[in-house]
Design a protein around this ligand. Structure first.
Ligand SMILES: [Zn+2]
Length: 501
């Protein structure tokens, strides 16, 4: 379906994924071919959820990366460009975009759901002019605008649940381990940083070109920047692997803009040149240095010293647990208050199943196919993994007609083979759950949380498997440091008894 407002050019990029266009009431600007932003579509994650997830991830970025303070010339400049770009997005479909600069040499920029965006110093110094920098920013903003991360998370929840990790559990321990571990392990700065699909890329280019054009920048600058990076020898920058070329990026954008009315594009680069000179003198780190420093808490300290503080976007709904940020590394859960479950339970549809959860425990959706959903207080999620809460996933076995005991055994063995060091304690028992007969197995491992004295402590884990038709098993793993398990167990039981399909 195409609308008149789409323009005459064959919209190669947009036709691929965007079917619906809406016409906005722009009284004077609405010349015949003025490009209109497409309908961003819908996802099952609400705006509030996306903003909260993005903000939580941005908090982790501030813990795990060196960020320039808001007062720095680079940040001020990037925000100026950002506000120009934001101004052309209709407020009803826009996001509370916030722009930050990371003191990283590598050429990269990334945006989180809800609109938090991080731009490396390396991206500023690699750009040839202001329009190229604006081009990368507009492209990132378009991923947020189109809600690509949320759509991807939603898609993986639907597809991974019942079918697609069948192959990975058998033979490839990494699959299931990845499934279990990734939710926690990748929760750090990498949280919600997805490799975008080519369709997403084509959309972000097309929407980014519109934003640039409407803000007075030459949309070709977007393509030029990517092209310059592609032409460089050596290891391609992270920006290119996160944002793969959807085909002929340059040609697609050229076609996209062909029939838009002529525009005199911004060409004043005096400020850009001054800022780039400044950026070249600002201390920047390699991605390896940043990864190292994140382990020792170096950046959290540096950011505090520099006054780099993340402010919540205006009007952001703040979840009840946000005062308990997830720390990097082993943080003792000595504050029961940070994890104490609310007695107010809410029934939540997680696609795999419906399950009641304490209102103050959050849902951490998977970022890739095959990964688990975690329901936990934010304080339970640390860079080493999930220290307390419930991890839920499903697996389909390819072998014909396996018994539930056999399938449970396979899951247990995959867990035992993995790096998490899980060991079975005792036998398997039958458990009435969700109107059927499931299985329950207790396991133990080392908790990612150290105890109050800073020593390693044991973790107690309870695996529950529930059979579904088609050789599929939904499994839940209830996790807590051993000393806290009994205190959380009534909550775990209540969640377990609430499971419905
Ligand atoms: Zn992209």
């Amino acid at each position: 379906m195409r609308s008149k407002m789409e323009g005459r050019a064959p919209h190669a990029a947009l036709q691929a994924g965007l079917l619906f266009f809406f016409v906005l009431a722009y009284p004077c600007l609405a010349q015949q071919f003025e490009p209109q932003l497409p309908d961003p579509g819908r996802t099952s994650l609400s705006r509030a959820q996306q903003e909260q997830l993005g903000f939580k991830a941005a908090q982790q970025v501030y813990q795990q990366m060196p960020v320039l303070p808001d007062s720095s010339p680079e940040t001020q400049y990037v925000r100026k460009i950002g506000s120009r770009l934001v101004a052309v997005i209709p407020p009803a479909v826009s996001w509370p975009y916030q722009f930050h600069v990371v003191a990283e040499k590598d050429i990269n920029a990334f945006a989180l759901p809800g609109g938090e965006m991080f731009i490396n110093l390396g991206a500023i110094t690699a750009a040839a002019d202001e329009a190229q920098l604006a081009g990368v920013m507009a492209h990132e903003m378009s991923h947020v605008y189109m809600q690509h991360s949320a759509k991807q998370m939603q898609k993986s929840r639907f597809t991974q649940g019942l079918a697609s990790i069948a192959g990975t559990i058998l033979g490839d321990a990494g699959g299931l381990l990845g499934a279990l571990g990734a939710t926690g392990i990748q929760m750090g700065a990498g949280m919600m940083l997805l490799k975008y699909s080519r369709t997403d890329e084509a959309q972000a280019d097309a929407v980014g070109a519109m934003i640039l054009y409407r803000a007075g920048y030459n949309p070709m600058a977007l393509a030029d920047f990517f092209k310059t990076l592609e032409a460089q020898g050596g290891t391609p920058p992270q920006l290119l692997s996160d944002h793969p070329n959807p085909g002929n990026r340059e040609e697609a954008i050229r076609k996209e803009i062909r029939d838009w009315p002529p525009e005199r594009y911004r060409s004043d680069n005096a400020e850009f040149i001054a800022i780039r000179r400044q950026a070249l003198q600002t201390k920047a780190y390699t991605s390896d240095q940043i990864a190292q420093g994140a382990k020792t808490g170096q950046w959290e300290g540096l950011n505090r010293t520099n006054g780099a503080v993340l402010q919540p976007p205006p009007d952001m709904p703040v979840p009840a647990t946000s005062q308990a940020p997830a720390g990097a590394g082993a943080t003792p859960v000595d504050a029961w208050a940070a994890i104490a479950p609310s007695q107010d339970f809410v029934l939540t549809d997680i696609s795999l199943a419906r399950i009641a959860r304490p209102r103050n425990w959050e849902i951490f959706a998977p970022q890739q196919q095959g990964q688990a959903i975690t329901i936990a207080p934010g304080a339970c999620i640390v860079s080493k993994g999930v220290g307390c809460g419930v991890v839920i996933n499903a697996v389909t076995f390819t072998a014909q007609s396996m018994s539930l005991d056999q399938m449970t055994g396979q899951i247990v063995r995959s867990l035992e083979k993995g790096e998490s060091g899980l060991q079975t304690v005792g036998g398997t028992s039958v458990l009435p759950v969700a109107g059927t007969r499931g299985r329950s197995v207790y396991m133990q491992s080392i908790s990612p949380f150290s105890d109050a004295q800073g020593h390693a402590q044991k973790e107690k884990d309870r695996l529950v498997t529930i059979p579904l038709p088609g050789n599929t098993v939904v499994y839940l793993i209830f996790i807590a440091p051993e000393r806290d398990f009994s205190r959380l167990n009534p909550t775990f039981e209540r969640m377990l008894q609430s499971v419905q399909f």
